[in-house]
Each structure stands twice: as C-alpha cells, then as structure tokens.
Write a protein that binds this ligand. Structure first.
Ligand SMILES: Nc1ncnc2c1ncn2[C@@H]1O[C@H](COP(=O)(O)OP(=O)(O)OP(=O)(O)O)[C@@H](O)[C@H]1O
Length: 267
C-alpha cells in the first residue's frame, strides 16, 4: 500500500523493466531491473548502490547520466527521457580533470560548454572552490602530483555541482584515496549535501561508507542483476565520526553486510 504522501511525490529517477544484453539478446547481464527514487525538493536524498563487482552498478549510473541506453526498458529523470533532462552531474573514481587547465578553469568548464560569459562562470567557480575547500589552489594545474588525489576529487565534485544539478551521480569517487583522505571526503560530501540538497546516487564497495552516507542503501544481485534488497538507514540526518561508534550504526553495517553476503552467495 503506498504511503499517503507518495501520491504527491514525483520520482526524480525512474528505471523500469530494464534489460541489458551485449550479445544480441542471447544472454542478459541485467534483467527485470526497476529502480525508483522519489523527488524530495529542498531536502534531497542520498542513495547508495552496493553490488558485487560486475553487477552493473556503473551501468545504472550511465543510464541515468544518458551515457548509455538499456537494451530494453525506460529511464526517466524527473519524469522525462534523460536526453531532455540534462541536469545531472557525475563524478568518477578516476581523476577526470583536464590536466592542462587550472583548477579554476576545470571547475568552470560545464558553464563554458553552456556558453556562460567568462566573468560569470569564473565567479561561480570561485564559490564552488570555496565550498569544497580549495581556496588558494585556483591557479594550479589540475594534475597529480601538483594536487593530491583528494584535492583532484574536490575539483571533480566542484565541477559536477557548478551547473546546479538535480541529480549528482558518484561512481566510487573515493575508491582511490587513502583512508584518512577518504574519511575527510565523506564528511565534506555530507556537509555539501546538507547545504545544497541534490539527489545523490553514490556507488561504493565499502559498506561502512554506504551506511555512513546513505538515507537508503539498494543492493544488486549478481548477473542477471537487478535490485533485490533495500535497507533504510534510520541514523540521524546529521552524522559525524561519533555516529560510527553508536550501536545503531554498527547494527546497520552488520545488517547490510549480512544481506550482501546472502545476495552474492545466492541465498
Ligand atoms: N560494452 C560492453 N560489452 C560487454 N560487456 C560489458 C560492456 N560494458 C559492460 N559490460 C559488462 O557488464 C557488466 C556490468 O558492468 P559494470 O561496470 O556496470 O559493473 P559494476 O557493478 O559497476 O562493476 P565494478 O564494481 O567492478 O565497477 C560487467 O560484467 C561488464 O563486463
């Protein structure tokens, strides 16, 4: 039975009846996949996707970003086909900045593509650079080792946010970072999310990271894959390192872990 308020909420992301084949329909790596994320304007949502390697997590993000079409099925963002709903930002695990451009130019890039005047786009880029804690690095080239791995991901996050996306897709964005930087970036991302409330769809292999960040965790079974499990994370909205010491956090990590083990072992 749908919740009473569900009738008033649109889905910001809607994937229905998705099938994906790479061999002309002989076999399907994704089969019967449905995924609905409701819109919560001015509140946002933090959704984390977990699944074994090769389950199709990146593929789901590529559908939502409009980078790939499924063999069958419907993909809607804010009720529209993805090609007509362009306000989607994406952050990848690999550093994706243009190394021959400065931090400021990299962050401003999406607005340059949109034809926004230079003074305006650089002013907006400065705001985002402040938001991600990169003040003082604007004129450095966005390349390693001039910038550290964590700083390069900050550039990527700032760039993904500059065009005011309704949806921010993050594909293992902290996967390549050392543990200290990773924990710092989790807190930075939470802080940003509380300020600007996009709907975030975040892929990770790290269950403790998933529980720390998410409102909801969705789990994919191995191929032919689809979402089979969902855990709502009922931790307080504002979280910090202390949250990880609470009984509820530990309990949720265990619950998600148990469900992942059951899914991947086919139980
Ligand atoms: N162009 C392609 N041709 C054939 N198979 C493909 C193609 N693109 C993706 N696949 C397969 O689709 C499956 C899902 O890939 P995807 O990258 O989405 O998985 P994933 O869950 O993100 O994996 P990981 O956690 O390892 O990043 C994989 O088995 C992959 O080999």
């Amino acid at each position: 039975m749908p919740d009473f308020f569900d009738t008033f909420l649109d889905n910001i992301i809607e994937l229905r009846g998705i099938r994906q084949s790479y061999d002309g329909g002989k076999s399907y790596i994704i089969e019967g996949l449905d995924f609905l994320v409701e819109d919560k304007p001015a509140q946002g949502q933090f959704v984390v996707i977990l699944g074994a390697s090769g389950a199709g997590k990146s593929t789901v993000l590529r559908y939502i970003a409009g980078l790939q079409r499924p063999t069958e099925g419907t993909v809607l963002v804010k009720g529209q086909p993805v090609d007509e709903a362009p306000r989607v930002g994406m952050v990848f695990q690999q550093y994706s900045s243009l190394p021959w451009r400065t931090v400021l130019e990299n962050v401003a890039l999406p607005l340059e593509y949109q034809g926004v005047a230079k003074a305006e786009r650089l002013a907006r880029a400065e705001e985002l650079i402040e938001l991600v804690g990169l003040r003082g690095h604007e004129q450095k080239f966005a390349q390693y080792p001039t910038l550290s791995g964590g700083q390069l991901q900050r550039v990527a996050i700032a760039r993904s946010l500059i065009a005011n996306p309704d949806v921010l897709l993050m594909d293992e964005p902290f996967g390549a970072l050392d543990i200290d930087t990773r924990l710092q970036m989790q807190d930075l991302l939470m802080d940003i999310w509380h300020r600007i409330h996009p709907t975030v769809i975040f892929v990770t292999h790290d269950i403790s990271e998933a529980v720390y960040l998410a409102d909801d965790v969705y789990m994919m079974k191995p191929a032919p894959s689809r979402f089979t499990e969902h855990v709502h994370i009922d931790l307080p909205l504002r979280r910090n390192r202390e949250t990880k010491r609470t009984d509820r956090y530990v309990q949720l990590v265990r619950e998600v872990e148990d469900r992942m083990i059951a899914i991947t072992s086919g139980q």
